[in-house]
Design a protein around this ligand. Structure first.
Ligand code: PMV
Length: 403
């Protein structure tokens, strides 16, 4: 058991990762249970760079349930938070009832403090990491070790179920009405393809205009193309992506990833009224990637975009330095402080970019277009830590407005 348990208090803190889909989830077959129209596949990013962190304290003397998110009071009666909280409590009651254990702690009030170390709701999968962290931490607090909780995380934010595992993860849509077979499973563990690195290009860290929930609901109602994608494209694409991952075939992985990102944004455009998440800078990144891959006559880098303008690039470790040099040339930082522009894993000194490559790329400079780049890699699933965000009284240790 990972929770610290003393008389009348249970406390546990955990970190959970962001995941970035390479076959996107977009559209629900059941809105209440958050059941998707089709399967999706993602990679889990290392918590060394980007993570959500949550402390849960359950205490007999607490008068009410309370929650803080990124230093601000959060409405704990929010439906999705309640779905997670009640889901874990109910499961704990079922799983623990046959054990000879006092279950009165299941009725004690709870304090929850959560934060992300990256911008919330900017198309950077913050809700996925946040809900995965909440459910994982609650599971530990209520003694549900080694129980699959992905069906509960899914009811916080659909894509959160994929952040409950490390490595390469598939969320199976399932067929059952009650959603009991709509679970996330690992396709390959985090050490399967250690050369797989990720660059997150933060184009605009402000809040997105159309949230994924309302966006995908509108697509389900209005996009004929989404029906075609669901029935005729995704099933084959999932199989091809699983194969590319298992065989560590980067060229195919990259092609499938880029095509799927493009198709997701085409569905957004086919939605009525249309939804637009990518902006001019996003498209400039797409162009740069294709020019680069064309020069080498194979895919050395792949882009993907979620519900926002920020890009996520997949690139093998040996190519990171050259790609980052190119990005810095094409999108020079506004400030001349490179240490703040590229954060995360260290990048080897920039390589000299060959004349041939430079002349093959149609180059202009968009200074200040990118806020920063996070260099990270595929990582493991949620894990318990020991630095609690709540103090002995169950109040946030630090009020942070921004993390
Ligand atoms: O889980 P949600 O509701 O935040 O939806 C996520 C949707 C995308 O990020 C665009 C795609 C995906 O599969 O993560």
């Amino acid at each position: 058991m990972d929770a610290e348990v003393s008389e009348n208090i249970i406390i546990v803190t955990a970190k959970a990762p962001v995941n970035i889909a390479v076959v996107k989830y977009w559209g629900k077959r059941n809105e209440e249970l958050i059941l998707p129209l089709h399967d999706s596949i993602s990679t889990t990013l290392s918590t060394q760079q980007m993570y959500a962190e949550t402390t849960v304290m359950i205490r007999q003397s607490f008068q009410e349930d309370r929650m803080w998110l990124n230093g601000k009071i959060e409405d704990i009666n929010n439906v999705r938070i309640q779905n997670c909280l009640q889901g874990v409590r109910k499961l704990a009651r079922e799983k623990l009832s046959d054990k000879d254990q006092d279950l009165s702690f299941l009725d004690w009030h709870i304090h929850i403090c959560s934060r992300n170390n990256f911008p919330t709701a900017a198309g950077l999968a913050s809700s996925a990491a946040g809900y995965a962290c909440l459910v994982f931490t609650l599971g530990k607090a209520f003694g549900l070790d080694a129980v699959n909780l992905t069906h509960i995380a899914r009811q916080g934010s659909g894509s959160a179920c994929r952040s409950m595992n490390g490595g390469f993860v598939q969320w199976r849509a399932g067929k059952k009405e009650d959603g009991s077979d709509s679970l996330a499973e690992q396709v390959a563990p985090e050490d399967h393809w250690p050369e797989m690195h990720v660059l997150v290009l933060v184009v605009n860290a402000s809040k997105k205009e159309t949230g994924s929930t309302s966006g995908m609901d509108l697509s389900v109602k209005t996009s004929e193309f989404l029906k075609h994608r669901t029935n005729s494209i995704v099933p084959k694409r999932i199989e091809s992506m699983r194969k590319a991952i298992k065989e560590k075939d980067f060229h195919s992985f990259a092609e499938l990833t880029m095509k799927d990102s493009n198709q997701f944004h085409s569905v957004c455009q086919d939605t009525y009224p249309p939804i637009r998440y990518m902006n001019e800078i996003s498209w400039a990144i797409v162009d740069l990637v294709h020019q680069y891959n064309t020069f080498y006559d194979r895919n050395k880098v792949a882009y993907t975009f979620d519900a926002g303008p920020n890009a996520c690039l997949y690139v093998l470790e040996q190519d990171v330095a050259e790609i980052v040099s190119l990005i810095c040339l094409r999108f020079p930082p506004a400030s001349n402080n490179p240490a703040q522009f590229c954060v995360g894993l260290p990048i080897n000194p920039a390589e000299e970019i060959s004349r041939d490559l430079m002349s093959a790329l149609k180059f202009s400079h968009s200074s200040g277009a990118l806020q920063y780049i996070v260099h990270t890699k595929v990582g493991s699933g949620p894990e318990v830590t020991n630095s609690h965000l709540l103090d002995g009284k169950g109040l946030p240790k630090v009020y942070q407005t921004e993390c």
